[in-house]
Design a protein around this ligand. Structure first.
Ligand SMILES: NC(=O)C1=CN([C@@H]2O[C@H](COP(=O)(O)OP(=O)(O)OC[C@H]3O[C@@H](n4cnc5c(N)ncnc54)[C@H](O)[C@@H]3O)[C@@H](O)[C@H]2O)C=CC1
Ligand SMILES: N[C@@H](CC=O)C(=O)O
Ligand code: NA
Length: 434
């Protein structure tokens, strides 16, 4: 049979990995599909020494791929949301299926892209966009399709998890580890996307849509990054029996869904607390299956290419299937998507870790506990560290479950006390069903 012809736009970390996997697994892929996959066109501004593209046609202008009548599938790996969106919409308009690793583009423009794809009868596959090589999107849209999903909680940014792990295990400096993550090809073009939680928010947007059958709503995700975490917090969390992880959490409640990305104290014995380095882990709790955990490399050239090529293989197997008969873009029929509301962060209920520094003066602790009690917040554990001389005294406490709005108001009042010095750190705690 004639080969399935694909074009690859972008020959960076993921693009070169995709070339390498398509080449190294060519014989097995042909055995799976019944015919070969051939890369016939690459969009790149410069060669990449990490892959050998032989005499494959190269265009500096990626739009040439969208207009190439030979291509069955366009693989978008340039990143960003402007040229990539234009490229993908143009390929769709020209009747091509699309595979992408671009979570920013799907989270922010996916609703528009899927509408265009439905109009032109083509598919858009994006497994690589969430948790790299872990087949979590396929798990949600197919493997767990029998379930009503209660919640999804995941470490979904490899760079951030790599930084937190190296800080905790080796006492390394934040900036130094971030630089290494960039050199290893884990970080986004703009690494603030990784450390400020934007990348995780893009991925959570996608996960939540596939879990709950809701439209993509990136603008509704509450997002906090990891850049303000200190070695002191990592040590204090450890003292109380927790590990700090940067989690994306999507939870179904009786009154709407919660969509939030923030550092979280997770009990040490929970499996997710032991997902380290660039690895990602995603927990999904379904009503029939109960809790499940998906683990693997969340970033990097070959692991991400694994997901890209799996999407290409699936499309190549099903080129003749009409779009209406395929797995829907978000796992639910577009006219079956729910319009339930997204809760405000102030409505969320959880327990909190709070760390602050105070002047060593009689009565300051009483002031703090009075304010907490006035807001209905009870303390589960409190640790006050001994210090020498007049140095500020670090106080760390854990609360019982409290509504976010009450915690916020209490911390505003505590912060205004004359004897509280500097910023107060508060981190949400989640036992993840344990
Ligand atoms: N690096 C990783 O581990 C992962 C990356 N992703 C996503 O995959 C996509 C690609 O990421 P990377 O390969 O890491 O980025 P990268 O920066 O290594 O590669 C992107 C390549 O596209 C090229 N490019 C950008 N705009 C172009 C244009 N207009 N015309 C021609 N070439 C253009 C760049 O020169 C670069 O070679 C992004 O959407 C990223 O978020 C997803 C999962 C993991
Ligand atoms: N920058 C991202 C790459 C994969 O999505 C990450 O570190 O997870
Ligand atoms: Na994935």
């Amino acid at each position: 049979m004639a080969p399935v012809k694909v074009g690859i736009a972008g020959l960076g970390t993921v693009g070169s990995g995709t070339v390498n996997v398509l080449q190294s697994s060519a014989a097995d892929i042909a055995r799976r599909i019944g015919r070969p996959i051939e890369i016939t066109h690459i969009g790149a501004r410069r060669p990449n020494p990490h892959c050998d593209i032989g005499d494959i046609r190269v265009s500096a202008d990626v739009m040439a791929l969208a207009d190439d009548p030979e291509l069955d599938i366009l693989i978008e790996l340039i990143g960003g949301t402007t040229v990539a969106r234009e490229l993908v919409l143009r390929a769709i308009a020209n009747g091509k299926h699309v595979v992408t690793a671009n979570k920013a583009m799907i989270a922010e423009h996916g609703n528009e892209i899927f509408a265009a794809a439905a109009e032109h009868g083509v598919d858009v596959a994006f497994e690589a966009s969430v948790a790299g090589g872990i087949p979590i999107l396929k798990a949600l849209s197919e493997g767990l399709a029998a379930n009503r999903i209660n919640w999804v909680a995941g470490i979904i940014n490899g760079t951030g998890n790599f930084i937190l792990t190296e800080m905790r295990e080796k006492g390394r400096d934040f900036a130094d580890v971030l630089k290494e993550a960039q050199e290893l090809g884990y970080a986004e073009a703009d690494p603030t996307f990784d450390v400020e939680g934007i990348d995780a928010a893009h991925k959570l947007t996608i996960l939540a849509s596939l879990a709950f059958g809701i439209p993509l709503q990136f603008d509704k995700v509450y997002t906090e990054g990891i850049s303000k975490l200190t070695a002191e917090d990592i040590r204090a969390a450890d003292h109380f029996g927790y590990v700090i992880k940067h989690l994306g959490i999507a939870r179904q409640t009786s009154d709407g869904v919660e969509l939030r990305v923030h550092p979280t104290l997770v009990p040490k014995e929970v499996l997710l607390a032991n997902v380290n380095g660039v690895k990602n882990g995603v927990m999904v709790e379904g009503d029939a299956v109960g809790p499940t955990l998906f683990y693997g490399a969340g970033a990097g050239s070959l692991p991400t290419a694994s997901a890209v090529v799996a999407d290409v293989i699936e499309l190549a197997r099903t080129l003749a299937v009409p779009q209406a008969d395929r797995v829907p873009y978000l796992g639910f029929q577009t006219n079956g998507l729910s319009d339930q509301r997204v809760r405000d962060i102030d409505e969320v209920e959880c327990s909190f870790y709070v760390r602050l520094h105070v002047r060593d003066r009689t009565g300051v602790l009483a002031d703090i506990t009075r304010i907490l009690s006035e807001q209905g917040i009870s303390i589960e554990a409190l640790h006050q560290q001994d210090v020498d001389g007049d140095s500020p005294v670090p106080i760390v406490l854990l609360t019982h479950t409290v509504r976010e709005s009450a915690m916020r108001q209490a911390l505003e009042q505590i912060g205004a006390l004359g004897d509280v010095i500097g910023d107060i750190m508060r981190i949400r705690v989640d036992t993840l069903g344990a």
